[in-house]
Design a protein around this ligand. Structure first.
Ligand code: PGA
Length: 237
């Protein structure tokens, strides 16, 4: 696990954008695994800036997002489809983008379709991850048994509380979601995990104390041969 500690959030975003840039220059048709949440917003801002300065070009690249609430309408302001359009895709054009379909009639068929699409694209070259305060990656929540493939999952109390800040009063927050499983995430050739803010210091500590806590899904990353973790000072304790 390659660990980079940056002084602040902006430096984390710039360092992460450099890794995206390296991946693109290596392979313009790269397949990127993308994430939502507040952590990657600054990275997406930086990618937009570099694209409008013509330093980067994603027009031959492909993107698969980690997860989506289920059920949720695509145009719901809190859908991850809407999030990605707002923060990246409206400005940065990819050859193709995919997000699990929160409107699918059958979530299990949708998850199987999603895994097949990732495989047909040749797997993910660079997978971006944030981390939940409970150690989740994507919506792979702490558990004793982990489905390998993409699946429908119930969100834990801790995730519901953490994400409730995005939902307005009276707005119904979905309690289930579709998530890429640990299998497709771990098939990525390179995984880039961003951990920022003091609230993540405790979970970051578990990642680096040389033990695999099975109730901290991010700890399984210790078994992947090519993981880069970028932390800010606050998260690194
Ligand atoms: P956050 O979420 O970036 O909003 O903290 C990360 C996650 O839940 O994976």
């Amino acid at each position: 696990m390659n660990k980079i500690i940056c002084s602040d959030y902006n430096e984390v975003c710039a360092a992460a954008a450099d890794i995206f840039a390296q991946q693109l220059s290596l392979k313009p048709s790269s397949v990127f695994g993308l994430a939502t949440g507040s952590t990657p917003v600054g990275l997406y801002e930086e990618l937009k800036r570099r694209c409008s300065a013509r330093e980067l070009d994603f027009s031959k690249a492909h993107a698969f997002n980690l997860d989506e609430y289920y059920p949720i309408e695509k145009n719901h302001p809190q859908s991850y489809k809407a999030f990605m359009d707002l923060h990246l895709f409206d400005e940065v054009k990819f050859e193709s983008t995919q997000i699990p379909n929160g409107e699918a009639a059958d979530p299990h068929i949708e998850c199987a379709r999603y895994d097949a699409a990732i495989e047909a694209a040749g797997g993910i070259d660079l997978q971006l991850l944030g981390i939940g305060i409970n150690g989740h990656i994507g919506f792979n929540e702490p558990n004793t048994v982990y489905p390998v493939g993409s699946h429908l999952t119930e969100l834990t109390e801790s995730t519901l509380i953490a994400n409730s800040r995005f939902f307005g009063e009276g707005e119904k927050q979905p309690e289930t979601a579709l998530t890429m499983g640990l299998g497709p995430i771990f098939n990525a050739k390179h995984i880039l995990l961003l951990i920022t803010g003091a609230a993540k210091a405790q979970v970051a500590k578990k990642l680096f104390d040389g033990k695999l806590y099975t109730d901290v899904p991010a700890c399984f990353l210790l078994l992947h041969p090519n993981v880069t973790v970028i932390l800010d000072k606050a998260a690194s304790g």
